[in-house]
Design a binder for this molecule. Structure first.
Ligand SMILES: C[S@@+](CC[C@H](N)C(=O)[O-])C[C@H]1O[C@@H](n2cnc3c(N)ncnc32)[C@H](O)[C@@H]1O
Length: 188
């Protein structure tokens, strides 16, 4: 989808998404201070959580309407977030700039080596997005924008895996963490 379409979507939606499970359920793994990036942040629920946690938080997206709403929410919550309208494929993060990088519901595979480089030593990557193996209709229809089985593990095999979760069709499919995979990994 283009930035125009995303801008239109954010203009019409009033919903505020919750922080993603990969961040909300594992906040105890976040450092007490340092720099964090929410890449392709959308309305920035993850960025708000990172900022509330005390991290110097940057939030990048190419949809201006989303970032304007995020700035208003940050003011309401009395936290500071450095928002930037930025096409992250054209201007990805620079090497060794962040202690924490969060990527949720955004998949551009060629960016993986750049994200690894952008972490500072001991930096943590929090990644969560949709899988092709799914039990509901949510998420993108185009399989290119969905992960293959165990794909996050392969994309980030140069990092030390801290947490990985992907439940596929196993067991009681109405329960658990379905339709998505999540990974937390550290740069050694
Ligand atoms: C599905 S939304 C996810 C938003 C947020 N990360 C979340 O999980 O709620 C995907 C976001 O990626 C942004 N996006 C897509 N391509 C982008 C690009 N090349 N540069 C920056 N942002 C991009 C869109 O504007 C949109 O906000």
């Amino acid at each position: 989808m283009s930035s125009i379409k995303w801008n239109n979507r954010y203009q019409t939606t009033t919903d505020m998404p919750s922080p993603c499970h990969v961040v909300a359920a594992y906040t105890h793994l976040l450092p007490a201070n340092g720099t964090a990036l929410d890449l392709a942040c959308g309305l920035g629920a993850n960025a708000l959580l990172l900022a509330r946690h005390g991290l110097e938080t940057h939030a990048w997206d190419y949809a201006q309407t989303a970032l304007e709403r995020l700035q208003r929410d940050a003011e309401t919550q009395q936290v500071q977030i450095h928002t930037q309208i930025r096409d992250v494929l054209i201007e990805p993060p620079s090497p060794a700039t962040f202690d924490v990088i969060v990527v949720c519901h955004f998949l551009y595979r060629n960016l993986a080596p750049t994200l690894i480089q952008a972490l500072k030593p001991k930096g943590l990557l929090f990644y969560q997005t949709f899988t092709r193996t799914c039990v509901s209709n949510c998420g993108p229809k185009n399989p290119d924008f969905r992960l293959k089985d165990n794909e996050l593990l392969r994309l980030f095999s140069d990092l030390q895996i801290v947490v990985y979760r992907e439940e596929g069709y196993i067991g009681e499919i109405t329960e658990g963490f379905r339709d998505e995979a999540l990974l937390i990994a550290q740069k050694s």
